[in-house]
Design a protein around this ligand. Structure first.
Ligand code: FE2
Length: 303
């Protein structure tokens, strides 16, 4: 693609998304699956242009909680502490824990696309861990232990209290969370339907328990080990497999949400920040058998 260069394994593209041809969009999706994270530099897109771009990437899905929605575009999730006409649009300080977007739902998103509008002067950026590489790095013994295992995922620990929840009993709110977003189960090892890569599917924020085929194993200990080995238990963020990607105002980030867990950085000083986010499906199963993966790749014309 024109204007593409690789920088530290991130695909950096200097091309306005509003000017991309259908061929370029198709190539862009191939690049996302291939390199995992794409940065589209210095965009001039409006909120509505950004939504149009998202629609060309995949099937957009508005966030299930309305308080995050942009007032004119329900597909836009707004993370913001900026006041507009005296009130905050969106929700401040989102995603400051290891997670994949919608891992607590039956079908997590294929793509996450963010577009920072206002960034703080310090402590900005997002941490990422490539969970396909994390799987590859596991010992053969650990791979055997988790084969055929499943994990349960829930939003319970990170559900954000809404303004309308003030003065409600906590038991009522917890009951509502369990009714609206019951715990879901995903395989511990997800087969990527496009690349065929095996992905270790656990996150410190959303994975509650795991079950293993061998009942004699201590599943809680294995989950703890998986979080340590993948880097998600390192609160200093110095684990060699944690990558920090810095955010610049106006850059669009697009990543493979099956493959990465991410963790937002937020400035503890109160500085204005505002980011738009879109989340999209690619029409493929969340996890697939390898044989199916190769077929589906041909079907969507990615090879
Ligand atoms: Fe997120």
């Amino acid at each position: 693609m024109k204007g593409l260069e690789m920088k530290n394994n991130v695909a950096v593209i200097s091309r306005q998304v509003t000017e991309m041809t259908d061929d370029e969009i198709h190539n862009l999706k191939k690049i996302v699956f291939d390199s995992g994270i794409v940065v589209l530099k210095a965009q001039n897109a409006t909120a509505s242009d950004f939504v149009d771009f998202g629609r060309r990437i995949g099937e957009l899905s508005p966030y299930y909680e309305e308080m995050y929605h942009h007032p004119n575009h329900k597909e836009l999730f707004v993370s913001s502490n900026v006041q507009t006409d005296g009130k905050v649009i969106g929700v401040p300080r989102t995603g400051k824990f290891w997670h994949a977007d919608y891992a607590f739902m039956a079908k997590p998103f294929a793509f996450t696309i963010t577009y920072p509008q206002v960034v703080s002067s310090q402590e900005r950026g997002t941490y990422f861990i490539d969970m396909a590489s994390a799987y590859e790095r596991l010992s053969p013994e650990m791979k055997r232990k988790i084969e055929g295992g499943v994990g349960t995922h829930s939003v319970r620990r990170y559900f954000k209290i809404r303004p309308t929840d003030v003065y409600r009993p906590i038991s009522e709110i917890l009951h509502e969370i369990d009714a609206k977003t019951p715990t879901v189960t995903h395989p511990l090892v997800v087969n990527h339907p496009v690349t065929g890569a095996k992905i270790l599917y656990v996150s410190r924020g959303f994975t509650e328990t795991i079950s293993l085929k061998d009942d004699d194993l201590d599943a809680d200990e294995v989950l703890k080990d998986l979080l340590v080995e993948s880097g998600q238990s390192d609160d200093t963020f110095t684990h060699p497999d944690i990558r920090q990607i810095n955010i610049n105002e106006g850059d669009i980030f697009l990543w493979d949400n099956r493959r990465y867990v991410h963790h937002a950085k937020h400035n503890d000083k109160v500085e204005p920040t505002k980011t738009y986010r879109l989340t999209a499906y690619d029409g493929l199963p969340f996890s697939a058998e390898i044989d199916f993966a190769l077929d589906s790749v041909k079907e969507v014309g990615l090879v």
